[in-house]
Write a protein that binds this ligand. Structure first.
Ligand code: KG4
Ligand code: ZN
Length: 367
C-alpha cells in the first residue's frame, strides 16, 4: 500500500509517500519533501505562529504535488494512494489546522482512509525508516527530545507507549534555543550551539544538574517515575547567571545585552559547556530508566535534538550497540516519519479516523 503523509505542526511543511505491506513488510520511502520556514524566522529569532500558518497555506499543495512527482506519480494519480496520514497534535494550532484540514479534505474528496498521528509517535518512528539495516527491538526506551518535549517513553510493542519521564518545565530543545539567544547565536538555537561548541571547552564552566523530588504530575499514577523527570529551566538560568558573573555584570543586567560583551572564545566555551551539561542530564536519566527496566533491548533517540552530534557520540559511547538514532535528515520535522508511524499503526490494527470529526486539541497521552 502507498501512504501519503503530511506534517505541518511547527515551521516545516512536509509531505512524503511511504510504500509497503504493513502485514509483513517494512516501510519504504518513495518520496520525502520538506519546505522549511527557517529563513523567514531567522530574521525574528523565533517562530511567529501566525506567519507559520500562512506559510503552510502557501506551501502545502505544492509540497504534496512535489511528493507525488518524486515518487514517480502524476499529479492526479490518487488511485495510487491507499491512505492519507497527518500530524494532528501537538503543535502550533494554526499550523496544525492547515495540515489537518488539507488531509481531511483530500481524504473526503478522494475516498481515502485518514490516519491522525501524534507528532512524538512519528519522531520515534523515524527510527524505523532505514528498516533494512537493523531495527530497534522491544521492549525499548525512547528518549524524545524536541523543541516542545523531553520524555522517556517505554514501548513493549509497536504502538504501545508509556511515558515514564517528562520535563516539568522547559523542553531541552527550547533550552538550546533560549541559551543560543542569550549567546547571540542565530535561530534555530540547537544547530547554532552545536556549531559554536565545536571550538569550545565543554569543561570550562560547571552547571548544576536538577534534583527532582516531589511528585510532579497530578491526575495520573506515574509519581513513581518522577526520578526520571527532567527540568531544563534551571539550566538556562544557570547559564545566564554564570555569564553575568564571568562578565562582572549585576544580576539585573538585561540578558539580551550580554552577547555584546562576550568574546568568541567565551561564546564557544559557554556553548560547549552548556551542550555537554544538557547531554549529561539527558543520559543520566536514560541510565536510571535502563536500571529500572533491565529487560530493555534497545534505546531509540528521537526528535530535533537527536541531530546533536555530542548527544550521538556520548549516547553511543554509553549504550552501543543497542542505541538507535534517525538518519540526521529525519531528526527534525518531516512527513516520512508520519508515514512510518502510520505504517505501524495499520500493522497494529488501528482504525482510521473519521475525517469529519478529527480533533486537533492538545492531548496529554500519546495515543
Ligand atoms: O523535533 P523538532 O524539529 O520540532 C519540534 O517538534 O519541536 O525539534 C526542534 C528542536 C529545536 O529546539 C532545535 O533547536 C533543536 O530541535 N535542534 C537541535 C539540533 N538540531 C535541532 N538541538 C541541538 N543540537 C542540534 N544539532
Ligand atoms: Zn518535531
Amino acid at each position: 500500500m502507498n501512504i501519503l503523509s503530511i506534517e505541518s505542526s511547527c515551521d516545516e511543511t512536509a509531505a512524503a509517500i511511504i510504500s509497503g505491506n504493513p502485514e509483513n513488510g517494512t516501510p519504504e520511502l518513495l518520496s520525502n519533501v520538506v519546505v522549511s520556514q527557517i529563513d523567514i524566522f531567522k530574521e525574528y529569532g523565533g517562530v511567529i505562529p501566525e506567519v507559520a500558518a500562512r506559510s503552510h497555506l502557501e506551501a502545502i499543495l505544492p509540497v504534496i504535488h512535489k511528493a507525488f512527482e518524486e515518487a514517480g506519480f502524476k499529479k492526479n494519480d490518487w488511485n495510487k494512494i491507499d491512505a492519507i496520514a497527518v500530524t494532528h497534535t501537538p503543535g502550533l494550532l494554526g499550523s496544525l489546522l492547515i495540515g489537518t484540514l488539507t488531509a481531511r479534505t483530500l481524504a473526503i474528496l478522494h475516498h481515502k482512509p485518514l490516519y491522525a498521528v501524534h507528532h512524538l509517535k512519528s519522531h520515534i518512528y523515524a527510527n524505523w525508516l532505514e528498516a533494512k539495516k537493523s531495527i530497534p527491538k522491544f521492549p525499548l526506551l525512547a528518549l524524545v527530545v524536541s523543541g516542545g518535549h523531553t520524555q522517556i517513553i517505554r514501548m513493549q510493542a509497536h504502538n504501545q507507549f508509556e511515558i515514564i519521564g517528562t520535563t516539568r518545565d522547559d523542553a531541552v530543545g527550547e533550552c538550546f534555543d533560549k541559551v543560543a539567544k542569550i549567546l547571540g547565536l542565530p535561530y534555530p538555537g540547537g544547530p547554532s550551539i552545536a556549531q559554536a561548541a565545536k571550538n569550545g571547552n565543554p569543561k570550562k564552566y560547571k552547571f548544576p544538574h536538577p534534583k527532582l523530588t516531589a511528585p510532579a504530575r497530578a491526575g495520573n499514577n506515574s509519581s513513581d517515575h518522577t526520578d526520571l523527570d527532567f527540568s531544563f529551566s534551571g539550566l538556562k538560568t544557570a547559564v545566564l547567571r554564570k555569564i553575568q558573573e564571568e562578565l562582572g555584570l549585576p544580576l539585573n543586567h538585561p540578558s539580551y545585552d550580554l552577547k555584546n560583551h562576550l568574546s568568541d572564545e567565551q561564546i564557544a566555551d559557554f556553548a560547549a559547556s552548556f551542550e555537554q551539561t544538557a547531554v549529561d542530564i539527558l543520559l543520566e536519566n536514560l541510565e536510571k530508566a535502563l536500571a529500572k527496566y533491565p529487560d530493555t533491548k534497545s534505546i531509540v533517540i528521537a526528535g530535533g535534538v537527536s541531530a546533536n552530534e555530542r548527544l550521538r557520540e556520548c549516547a553511543t559511547a554509553k549504550f552501543a550497540p543497542n542505541i538507535f538514532f534517525p538518519e540526521p535528515k529525519f531528526s527534525g520535522d518531516n512527513a516520512a516519519m508520519v508515514g512510518a508511524a502510520t505504517f505501524y499503526e495499520i500493522a497494529s490494527g488501528v482504525n482510521p479516523t473519521d475525517p469529519y470529526k478529527l480533533n486537533i486539541l492538545p492531548r496529554k497521552d500519546i495515543s
